[in-house]
Design a protein around this ligand. Structure first.
Ligand code: ADP
Length: 609
């Protein structure tokens, strides 16, 4: 049996073609009745039987037409398969009458009448082949009734010419069955091709719709993005021009400079948001799961938003929890920061609640952020996850955000393997929630807030830095030196290998992605790792720093678990990443811990693209 949709399509086509022939067949059968009556008119051996048989034939023919009319009127009331079976039953009735009627001819003293009757039957059989041959049920309920009585009859006479006729008829019977078989296969192939073509056309149409929607979304994205980017730039241009105004007082100059700085900061924030989103899209962001206490993360994020909430007179309530989860704390922090910042922004009175709920899950549970704010109308609840979409900011006032927070949150939650859920009603607040995995308290290796605070992991570590930009190399060397690291800076892969040859055994290798002579950081790190492996240093911390967003190579590195930091990298971020990597089990000198990137903002470390 075929897959259901195709079998159904075949059945629907069968019903169409089977019933389409019936009005013509109706007239053909009356013609056949007339011919047979004419053949026997002068010689009717058993008039009652003859009359009964032909009345039955006429009745079956009319019943067949009635069935056709029912099909036209109530086509949808039963399944296509039922219509096919009804048509086959009607075939058995209809064709048995002319088929069995040949027995009257046999009783007749006129020997050539059965031959004329046989010719008539062969003609009808050819018609059955054309109109019903593509369905097995309709074919086998017609042809045997038409031909088998004649074949049996002719064989039964035991005369030479009738036996020959019987043999010819039997051959015809077999041949017509074989042809009908290939006819049916052909029909099924044609229907299958039509169904495939239709499915293809539908999927193309759907893809076209998706592409059109994507193109529309892109247009909206660029319109909003260019507006939001141009706005501060425009302001900066005007403010910078006013600095040339010699009549302005120093106080006015200071105010203008301050305004410029604010606009630059706004621009910077917007760029960071857009780059964050692009990084998530490009698939290079890694998920690194740790076992940690959720309360530590809640405290950390809560502390950031508590002052803002208090300034608006809102209560920020964090539900106490001793739950341990196994998730990426850095990505979770970004999710919660976005949700809390929205909750504070869109709530004017009442409270904001952040907490953990099992909500019926045996393993893990959900993190929920609730507010008693303005709420989101149902019609907007799908669109707020589109980039740059805001419910009520038609003037695109940058102070009211840019519409990038929720798209980022949604992608982050999906990266962590969950679905962001929203429950909201205008005037009644909003609830955002997403699932988190259960952790194991025995596998907590460090508190979330420990590593940077203690900072001991960097002290005395050997770090090899590869960057062909002397200024950046110098900057990193001095920074790492201040953290107590023993640093060796080299401009390329060759000198990095030389340093190893000379006995510099690094605990970490930091490498820029774009190196001189068309070499990439990935290639340099590969060579350095090989060299270290040969010297028995299997697991050295390697870290790639890049300004590139989406290259196949970066994606491959991300898949291999090689950490990649994207520029601009803040010192805090670099330090946290290094310390966490060093603390990971199996890193060069095992100290307990795991990796996490900090989102604390400090001065960017590197700026080259
Ligand atoms: P932004 O907050 O920067 O405008 P988001 O992507 O975070 O961008 O949110 C998109 C829109 O969703 C917001 O403009 C706002 O209208 C709506 N929204 C988000 N969070 C909330 C919330 N907690 N309560 C009410 N509306 C919200």
């Amino acid at each position: 049996m075929r897959a259901d949709p195709i079998q159904r399509a075949i059945d629907e086509d069968l019903v169409r073609v089977l019933y389409a022939q019936d009005p013509i067949a109706f007239f053909t059968h009356w013609f056949s009745i007339a011919v047979l009556v004419a053949i026997y008119w002068n010689n009717i051996p058993h008039p009652h039987l003859f009359a009964a048989c032909f009345i039955f034939y006429g009745f079956a023919n009319c019943a067949s037409l009635a069935l056709w009319m029912c099909n036209r009127r109530w086509a949808e009331s039963v399944s296509p398969r039922t219509w096919i079976n009804l048509h086959a039953a009607r075939g058995a009735l209809l064709y048995s009458a002319p088929g069995f009627a040949i027995w009257f001819a046999f009783q007749s003293p006129h020997t050539d009448l059965p031959i004329l009757h046989t010719v008539m039957l062969v003609t009808l059989a050819a018609g059955v082949f054309m109109s019903n041959g593509f369905d097995v049920a309709n074919f086998v309920t017609a042809i045997p009734f038409l031909l088998l009585p004649a074949i049996v009859l002719h064989f039964g006479t035991h005369t030479f010419d009738r036996t020959i006729l019987a043999i010819v008829l039997a051959f015809f019977f077999c041949a017509i069955n074989v042809y009908a078989l290939s006819y049916r296969k052909l029909f099924q192939r044609v229907v299958q091709a039509r169904v495939d073509q239709q499915a293809l056309a539908e999927s193309l149409a759907a893809q076209k719709l998706v592409a059109e929607e994507a193109s529309l979304a892109k247009t909206r994205f660029f319109a909003a993005a260019s507006h939001d980017l141009r706005q501060p730039l425009h302001a900066i241009g005007l403010l910078a021009a006013s600095l040339n105004d010699t009549s302005a007082t120093p106080v006015q100059h200071a105010k203008t400079a301050n305004n410029i700085a604010n606009n630059v900061e706004a621009l910077n924030q917007l760029f960071n948001q857009v780059l964050d989103l692009a990084r998530l899209e490009s698939g290079v962001t890694q998920v690194i799961r740790l076992h940690f206490r959720l309360s530590e993360l809640f405290d950390r994020v809560g502390n950031q938003y508590w002052p803002q909430a208090a300034a608006k007179g809102l209560a920020l309530r964090i539900a106490p929890t001793d739950t341990v989860i196994h998730d990426d704390p850095v990505l979770l922090e970004r999710i919660l920061s976005n949700l809390l910042s929205n909750a504070v922004r869109y709530t004017e009175s009442g409270a904001i609640w952040m907490g953990f709920r099992r909500a019926g899950r045996s393993e893990g549970g959900y993190i929920e952020v609730r507010d008693s704010g303005i709420g989101i109308p149902r019609a907007e609840q799908g669109r707020i996850f589109e980039e740059f979409y805001q419910v009520a900011n038609p003037q695109r006032d940058a102070r009211q955000g840019h519409g990038l927070g929720l798209p980022t949150v949604k992608r982050l939650v999906e990266m962590l393997g969950g679905q962001l859920q929203l429950r909201s009603a205008p005037g009644r607040g909003s609830v955002f929630r997403f699932p988190v995995q259960a952790g194991d308290p025995a596998r907590i290796v460090a508190g979330l807030n420990d590593s940077v605070a203690s900072g001991g992991a960097a002290l005395g570590r050997h770090v090899l830095c590869i960057d062909d930009e002397p200024a950046i190399l110098e900057g990193i060397q001095s920074l790492l030196g201040r953290w107590g690291c023993i640093v060796r800076g080299v401009p390329d892969e060759r000198l990095a290998l030389l340093a190893i040859d000379e006995g510099f055994m690094p605990d970490a290798v930091l490498c820029d992605y774009q190196l001189a002579n068309h070499r990439t950081g990935a290639q340099a790190l590969g060579a350095v790792r090989d060299a270290l492996r040969k010297r028995g240093r299997e697991r050295v911390v390697t870290l790639l720093i890049t300004g590139d967003m989406a290259s196949v190579e970066l994606e491959a590195l991300a898949m291999q678990g090689i950490p990649v930091l994207h520029k601009p990298v803040t010192p805090a971020r670099l330090r946290r990443t290094l310390e966490m990597l060093w603390q990971q089990p199996g890193a060069v000198a095992d100290k307990p811990g795991d990796r996490a990137e900090s989102v604390t903002s400090e001065q960017p470390l590197t700026t080259r693209g």
